[in-house]
Design a protein around this ligand. Structure first.
Ligand code: ZN
Ligand code: ZN
Ligand code: FE
Length: 765
């Protein structure tokens, strides 16, 4: 006889782990118990030695689908004659440093029930089990059990309670379990939020969509706006009401076949579409894509597609049949998505013609995740619903618990504890007070849920980011240490952390902007970095941004700045813009009026986009660069532009990439009437050469062969693929983001890694 005490760590609570252990122990005729403890699942087993070994093997080889085992430890115990196996109650009141599962798409077993006429949950929009359903979005506090979720107001009926208490049932301790007798229900409301009486709110809702109305529907982490994607006037009207100019809308389709009818789907993309995370996946539109659909993603060659992830979505798409549905976030412009009644009726007033809502409250607002495949690997754009709060292993240990507060736009925060980082869901743009309030509240919630009390706070170097102000105020209030992490160092460290690297590495960080330690705006940086520190090894040539932020919204201003810097002029641009405004910009540049200095790669892409005539003004971030990439992708490589290497700015870096010859080349091509796609492609290939040349120089001096790509510009898949290919060809090991976004949504992970390193050093010192 053998007895062992086993501790299993990882995502092992709220994922059906205890019933799995119970079933396994019973099958192997072992005695003992299983229990959720503060930081692990504790198991003791007793029985025949070979059966005990078998138990250990199966414990890790076939865990339930949502469980993520990070560590299994065990020690021998004296046998006590245990014959029965039992599930013991959790230690009361223990808030555990355990992982919380993200929200999970409806599982196959639940989906079968949903459409099974004989099942008691037939067509019930809120069914779920231990393998699927809401998690993060309904949690109010720790530990995770029904009383601390938004399901607390729905006492279980007798039948649900019996399933919940049965260790062999797949609803054993499924905290959000419910049925039509005891759970939440759908309801309908008119444009003003007044209840509408109808037997079937779902059918009523879909019928209205077919008539061209715009609906708001309560989902898992907030409201979606829904309309008929093929009804051009409804789509145009939705854009107008949401004050959303050209930004594409996503669609939700019922299954993979429906996605394939619209877009080309590769194997990697299929896996993402079908994964329990159910993100929006950006797919390549099929050549013959419905002309009617043009308004959904104007000017794009991609389309954001997702599959249903709640029972309600499955019912909705079943009801909608062949009607294709736009599903976009329920908000006005860039405000945070609406998620609460009755506020939602005010927030979406004038946008929604009708509401499909329910009485299950959402506690944590959580946007859809957005992702895509570059090459054959995932490259996340927004890591949120379905992924958060899944942890990511860190290459170094946090010596104390750490909070990293992220950036300003696309903000996420992250908590670190031991070897794990827990990046939050997408908090959005902290300029919005609502988003900032959620940021404060959700930091507190995560700290409580994960039982992490930070002793160290990392933040961006930018003094005006709301996340920086939060970090500094809190550090002062609580008497804990804070550390500022330079924006591009955080980008590079984020990608390094993902890949388990500690450096030194060559970090290519191209993005729109980040605060530089020299007070200029950085954004075209090549760093030599480890997790502790960095030096600026090279940067793109600095130019001025006439009008500051205004130059971000008006790429033609950046074109003028770059032309002025290069000492050339572009006749096409001169003709397009009014003489007066050109003069104003030139005067601003000359007198250095409200024209900060930047090395931004994003602004260089903007300038080139304006020069080839793509657009002078953008309505959304990165729009001009996205269109430049789309254009470049339509043609094959056909040469590139020259560039020079010059000394770096004010000795902040050994060298700079002189972009003036590039401008000369582009202007010459424009004047000669070269096709815009040719110029766009040549420019992309030039930037690839810039990266390879700079990295090669740095390698010569330092011997470093790891190259890490990070920053919003690497959302550009053409650039990314070519850089990875060419750097590989030149003998570099190249790393790019696969787990967190390359844009500012990934900053918090990098800040955390840098802070962990800094904290370790200061503790040692
Ligand atoms: Zn299920
Ligand atoms: Zn029930
Ligand atoms: Fe950035």
């Amino acid at each position: 006889m053998d007895r062992r005490a086993i501790a299993v760590r990882g995502t092992v609570q709220g994922v059906g782990f205890r019933p799995f252990v119970y079933g396994l122990a019973c099958r192997l005729q072992l005695g003992g118990f299983v229990r959720n403890d503060s930081s692990c699942v504790s198991i003791e087993i007793e029985g025949d030695a070979s059966q005990v070994d078998q138990f250990m093997a199966e414990l890790t080889s076939r865990p339930p689908p949502l469980a993520r085992i990070e560590h299994v430890g065990w020690e021998p115990r004296e046998p006590i004659g245990d014959r029965q196996f039992r599930i013991e109650h959790s230690m009361a009141g223990l808030a555990g440093s355990v992982s919380v599962s993200p929200d999970v798409a409806t599982c196959a077993a639940c989906l079968r029930e949903l459409f099974d006429l004989t099942d008691r949950r037939y067509r019930y929009p809120f069914l779920n089990c231990t393998n699927c359903g809401p998690r993060l979005t309904i949690i109010r506090g720790a530990p995770y059990d029904r009383e601390r979720t938004t399901m607390a107001g729905f006492p279980m009926c007798f039948a649900c309670r019996a399933e919940y208490d049965d260790p062999l049932n797949r609803r054993f301790h499924a905290q959000p379990t419910a049925c039509p007798d005891c759970g939440p229900h759908l309801s309908a409301a008119d444009a003003a939020g007044n209840p509408v009486t109808t037997d079937d709110p779902l059918r009523w809702f879909v019928a209205a969509l077919r008539d061209g109305n715009i609906g708001a529907m309560k989902g898992l982490g907030g409201y979606h706006m829904v309309c008929d994607a093929r009804n051009a006037s409804a789509v145009v009207e939705l854009r107008r009401r949401k004050r959303r100019d050209d930004k594409p809308f996503a669609v939700m389709v019922r299954d993979l076949a429906a996605a394939e009818a619209l877009c080309d789907v590769t194997a990697a993309e299929r896996d993402l579409l079908l994964s329990p995370r159910r993100p929006i996946v950006l797919l390549q539109q099929r050549p013959g894509l419905d002309r009617d659909l043009q308004g959904v993603a104007p000017g794009r060659s991609t389309l954001g597609v997702m599959l249903p992830y709640t029972p309600l979505h499955h019912l909705l798409l079943d009801e909608a049949g062949d009607t294709l549905l736009v599903m976009t976030s329920g908000n006005r412009s860039d405000e945070p998505i609406a998620y609460r009644e009755p506020d939602v009726f005010d927030q979406l007033r004038g946008i929604a013609d009708l509401f499909l809502t329910s009485d299950r409250p959402i506690h944590v607002r959580c946007d859809d995740s957005v992702t895509r495949v570059i090459g054959t690997a995932e490259s996340p754009i927004r890591r949120s619903r379905g992924s958060a709060p899944q942890s990511i292993p860190l290459p170094i240990e946090c010596p104390v618990p750490i909070l990293a507060t992220g950036g300003q736009l696309k903000c996420t925060f992250a908590l670190g504890d031991g070897r794990r980082a827990i990046p939050s869901h997408h908090m959005g743009d902290l300029d919005h007070f609502e988003a900032y309030r959620a940021f404060e509240r959700d930091i507190a919630l995560y700290e409580q849920l994960l039982a992490i009390r930070p002793r160290y706070i990392a933040h961006d170097l930018h003094p005006d980011y709301a996340s920086t102000r939060y970090a500094l105020a809190r550090a002062a209030r609580e008497g804990i240490l804070s550390i500022a992490v330079q924006h591009h160092h955080a980008h590079v460290a984020s990608c390094m952390a993902e890949h388990g690297l500690t450096g030194p590495a060559i970090g290519i960080s191209f993005d729109g902007s980040g605060f530089g330690p020299d007070g200029t705006i950085w954004g075209g940086e090549i760093l030599v970095a480890d997790l502790r520190d960095f030096r600026r090894a090279a940067h793109l040539r600095c130019v001025r941004m006439p009008g500051g932020e205004q130059a971000v919204r008006e790429p033609w201003r950046m074109a003028v700045a770059h032309l002025d810097d290069a000492g050339v002029s572009c006749a096409a641009l001169e003709q397009r813009r009014r003489q007066g405004e050109l003069q104003t910009i030139r005067r601003m540049l000359e007198r250095r009026l409200n024209s900060p200095v930047t090395s931004s790669a994003g602004r260089l892409f903007d300038a080139i986009a304006a020069l080839v005539g793509i657009r002078d003004v953008v309505t959304s971030e990165g729009q001009a660069a996205i269109e430049l990439e789309a254009l470049a992708s339509t043609t094959d490589p056909n040469g590139s532009y020259p560039f020079d290497i010059t000394p770096g700015l004010q000795q902040t870096a050994p060298f700079a990439i002189d972009t003036r010859p590039i401008l000369h080349g582009v202007v010459t091509d424009v004047a000669a009437g070269a096709h815009p796609a040719t110029i766009a492609r040549r420019f992309h290939d030039t930037m690839v050469e810039v990266v390879v040349t700079a990295c090669t120089r740095i390698r010569q001096a330092s011997g470093i062969t790891d190259a890490v790509l990070s920053g919003g510009v690497f959302m550009n898949s053409l650039l990314t693929e070519e850089v990875v290919k060419k750097l590989g060809g030149a003998g570099f090991c190249t790393f790019r983001h696969r787990l967190v976004p390359t844009n500012d949504g990934g900053l918090s992970l990098g800040q955390l890694a840098v802070a962990a390193c800094t904290a370790a050093e200061s503790i040692r010192g």
